[in-house]
Design a protein around this ligand. Sequence first.
Ligand SMILES: [Zn+2]
Length: 251
Amino acid sequence: MTELAYLADMASAYVRSFRARVVALPPGGLVLDRTYFYPAGGGQPADHGTLRQGDTTVPVVDVTKSGPAVLHRTRALPGQRSSFPLGAEVEGLVDWDRRHQHMRLHTGQHLLSARTFERTGLRTRKAVLRGMEATIDLEGEVRTPALELIQLDLVEIVRRPRSVRIRHVPRAEWDALPVAGRSGLVPLPPHVDPVRVIEVDGEDSCPCGGTHVRSTAEIGEVRWTVPTVASGGGSRVGFTLARPGATTPPE
Ligand SMILES: [Zn+2]
């Protein structure tokens, strides 16, 4: 069982180094008692980084969920080992440029889905973050005039920043809310309780287990990708970050 320490609140997504204990050594990697490494899921790629103890540094090249555990897949640097003994206390260091890029993309993607729903009534079937790019697959076709308005909305939300927060809502309370206003089509698994809701001030409320920026200003400038037809029909629309890596949070 691994505590998913990055989930707790907005500040947790900004933790770049942490201490944890090795609790299992399955083939190809190790399991920690707690982690700030994001395991791939929900369209967001895994974090990378390193684990360190004394003079030994072990790169983390992939992170996946395996039931209640998080598997950190590691490899060996030349002349070094690729893991640590059971019970070892290690320091985890998250590759911050990669992580923050995913946070920028993820919050931007929620806003793209929300504005698209608001402008067209089209809901998001699937969202994918990859490299510098976020895309969403819609349940229908979005036409150019509407898409241009959606894109202008997004630029405005970055230019006049909104704050982002996390609320943990009891499942019964969430289920009692009207479903008509939701931009996403992916159903919540029945065991999820409480529901972790990402709220962009005045713009969007969406259940999500991903990592997000505190302010929409951190998304920065984006470039629009040319819409295509998604597999299964409907439009695939998206954007890329104009600048890679981490942006400076506003004061
Ligand atoms: Zn999300």
